[in-house]
Write a protein that binds this ligand. Structure first.
Ligand code: ADP
Ligand code: MG
Length: 502
């Protein structure tokens, strides 16, 4: 089993004056390839360097400089394609996309329009346990990133920083299978999770390592199903593209706004202009950047500086063999091997580090108990302190040790929480701490009986009452636990009290 059973979510419906409307959404995600050097030069890709310090002669487009393809970047693109169960094209080719902009010294971007390296694949977008949307991937191509214009450093001049110029990007294009704002955000989240598992992109949206262009159209309910059957885009409404989104929250807000804007125009008898828009998070609205008429003619043609890229199936097979276990498969395995809920498995497989921490804790132990401790105690505590799992003061071996002590009845669950606190704050070996601090549970029935007898002797009226009403026994359990500093085995205490009450 590599995938859990699921059903597709209902599409989002927006009720209008003229009937129900549906959203149709397709994303183009730009993901920076995790690589130390650029796509066609040896310059560093390090984020946050001094402006224009990571620029080679190729990146600066000096006359006579020739691009040389970075094999590692190609491998990462292939890995990504395989991770998205996509077709890998053994033949691909680079094209020049021509346009003029100050942050583009070549005067063109090298991209792959006609023959991308990766063809059709898919992403399973989890919405809630048992509910997921299968979103088809149309293609992935490699291309160069542009530089950055800086307009706010001087009142009269603009500057350019070419550090990012030529950095390798993958453009991952979905089919228009996303049916609501939350689905779009979850699509990006799932994609980021898979890329991070693969190690092909760090997924850091704040640093711009991942950003999405969001295409949105609306249509009357039922239209999308017709599109799926006929695969004819003219059935769908006209789309607008919201550029450069780098936050899940803004993606949701922008789509919400954009869908309502389009519906209002259509219901008013108007038409949607195909255009590129920008989302303004302060105003919470999208606004037009350029219409289709103003769109550039990029005059694409095959880049004469680069040979077509031909790779071998054997190389692709090697990369496939080296793929790690990916989120869907890991989640399904956690559910079946450890008997945990899909929800818990989702939490534990959110990232590779958490998953492997859990697996170390669970090895040779009760899986459900391990999951419970990792999620509720450890993750709960880490969240509260704002720590990542990599900064956990409690190691997997230590947490496993605590669970072993519960399993062997050496400590109760309540004492285990105190022990967790001690290990969190002071470190140390759990078994040793329990020994030296006298935290061991009292299972010696003789000692418990003595404590029970003393409490019975001091409270004869309560004993009489409890003999009438057996559910009052709980009060005695509490008293015995208090008298023994919480160390008495609660099960033994319960049994002895019930026996003595008759
Ligand atoms: P371009 O590269 O010019 O933006 P594409 O045809 O490659 O155009 O489409 C880009 C994205 O727009 C894809 O993700 C595609 O699924 C999506 N898309 C295309 N038509 C629609 C539509 N009518 N509504 C929503 N999304 C669409
Ligand atoms: Mg586009």
């Amino acid at each position: 089993m590599t995938e859990l059973a699921y059903t597709e979510p209902k599409p989002k419906i927006i009720a209008g004056a003229t009937g129900d409307w549906e959203l149709v959404i397709g994303l183009e995600v730009h993901a920076q390839i995790a690589s130390n050097s650029k796509l066609f030069s040896g310059a560093s890709t390090k984020f946050g360097a001094e402006p224009n310090s990571n620029v080679s002669l190729v990146d600066a487009a000096m006359p006579g400089m020739l691009p040389v393809i970075n094999e590692y970047c190609v491998e990462q693109a292939v890995r990504t394609g395989l991770g998205l169960k996509a077709k890998i094209n053994l033949f691909s080719r680079f094209d020049r996309k021509n346009y003029f902009y100050p942050d583009l010294p070549q005067g063109y971007q090298i991209s792959q329009l006609y023959h991308p390296i990766v063809g059709e694949g898919e992403v399973l977008v989890d919405m809630e346990p048992g509910v997921a949307r299968r979103v088809r991937i149309e293609r992935i191509h490699m291309e160069q990133d542009a530089g950055k214009s800086v307009h706010d450093m001087d009142p009269e001049m603009s500057f350019v920083d070419f550090n990012r110029t030529g950095v390798a990007l993958m453009e991952i294009v979905s089919r228009p299978d996303i049916r609501g704002p939350e689905e779009a955000a979850e699509f990006v989240r799932k994609l980021r999770q898979i890329l991070r598992y693969l190690g092909t992109c760090d997924g850091n949206m704040q640093e711009g390592s991942m950003r999405a262009d969001v295409n949105v159209s609306v249509c009357k309910a039922g239209t999308y199903e017709k599109f799926r059957v006929a695969d004819d885009f003219s059935i769908l409404g006209t789309r607008c593209e919201i550029k450069n989104m780098n936050s899940m929250r803004f993606i949701v807000q922008a789509i919400d706004y954009e869908a309502k804007r389009q519906i209002a125009i259509l219901e008013d008898g108007g038409e949607i202009n195909q255009e590129t828009r920008l989302y303004d998070p302060v105003k919470g609205e999208t606004r037009s950047m350029r219409s289709k008429e103003e769109a550039h003619d990029y005059r694409y043609f095959p880049c004469p500086d680069l040979l077509p890229l031909e790779i071998e199936q054997a190389w692709v097979d090697d990369i496939q063999a080296g793929l790690p276990e990916l989120p869907d498969a890991k989640k399904a395995r956690f559910v079946s091997d450890f008997g945990m809920t899909e929800y818990d498995a989702g939490v534990l497989t959110a990232d590779v580090t958490s998953a492997s921490y859990f697996e170390k804790v669970a090895a040779g132990r009760d899986g459900k108990m391990a999951a419970n401790w990792v999620i509720n105690e450890l993750f709960g505590r880490l969240n509260k302190e704002g720590h990542a799992i990599t900064e956990s003061p409690v190691s997997a071996a230590q947490l496993g040790g605590i669970i072993d002590l519960i399993g062997s009845d050496a400590i109760s669950g309540k004492i285990a929480k105190e022990l967790f606190e001690i290990v969190w704050n002071e470190g140390g070996d759990p078994a040793e701490i329990v020994e030296t601090r006298g935290m061991k549970q009292v299972t010696d029935t003789g000692a418990i009986e003595t404590a029970v007898d003393e409490i019975f002797a001091a409270n004869p009226d309560k004993v009489a009452a409890a003999k009438e009403k057996p559910n009052m026994a709980g009060w005695f359990v509490g008293q015995v636990m208090k008298a023994t500093g919480g160390k008495a085995n609660p099960k033994a205490v319960n049994e002895i009290i019930r026996k003595k009450l008759g």
